[in-house]
Ligand binder design. Structure first.
Ligand code: NI
Length: 155
């Protein structure tokens, strides 16, 4: 296992769309292990492959002790809305309010390719949505109610 470098805001790759994972092999497992180590090292609660420079639809999370690896994740149900502060390891110190679903169900595959679903509320739902956005090149600052403040600060 190894801690990988986290891609920061401003690097073009963060805006790219990640491709589906087709091979559930040792390269994937190594990536997942490294992503978890990188997430824990940086005190994060979620990390997407793109954040370590890998354009594959891969996410790891650890929210309140619930850890999961999600390959090719897709939101299949969402309900409600909640506005809370959010941050991102790729964005740095800035945090801002984002409206997210209160509850989501996500369909994904595990590291061996077996399908499963995960349902989460509040912070877990927020984390799942945030990470899945990364796979489509979307950052929380794009959706933040405080985005003017952020984009002014980086201009
Ligand atoms: Ni993020």
């Amino acid at each position: 296992m190894a801690v990988r470098k986290v891609v920061k805001f401003g690097e073009d790759i963060l805006r790219k769309k990640s491709k589906p994972v087709k091979h559930f092999d040792e390269d994937l497992w190594q990536l997942l292990d490294d992503m978890k180590e990188t997430m824990y090292k940086n005190d994060g609660i979620g990390l997407a492959g793109i954040q370590v420079g890998v354009l594959r639809r891969v996410v790891v999370i650890d929210v309140n002790g619930l850890s999961a690896e999600l390959i090719n994740p897709k939101i299949i149900m969402s309900e409600g809305e909640e506005i809370e502060e959010e941050g991102c390891l790729s964005v740095g110190k800035f945090s801002g309010r984002v409206a997210r679903p209160y509850k989501v169900t996500v369909e994904a595959q595990d590291r061996y390719g077996y399908p499963f679903t995960i349902t989460g509320e509040k912070l877990l739902a927020r984390c799942l949505c945030h990470e899945i956005d990364h796979l489509d090149g979307i950052l929380f600052v794009d959706k933040s109610l405080d985005k003017d403040k952020f984009f002014k600060s980086v201009r």
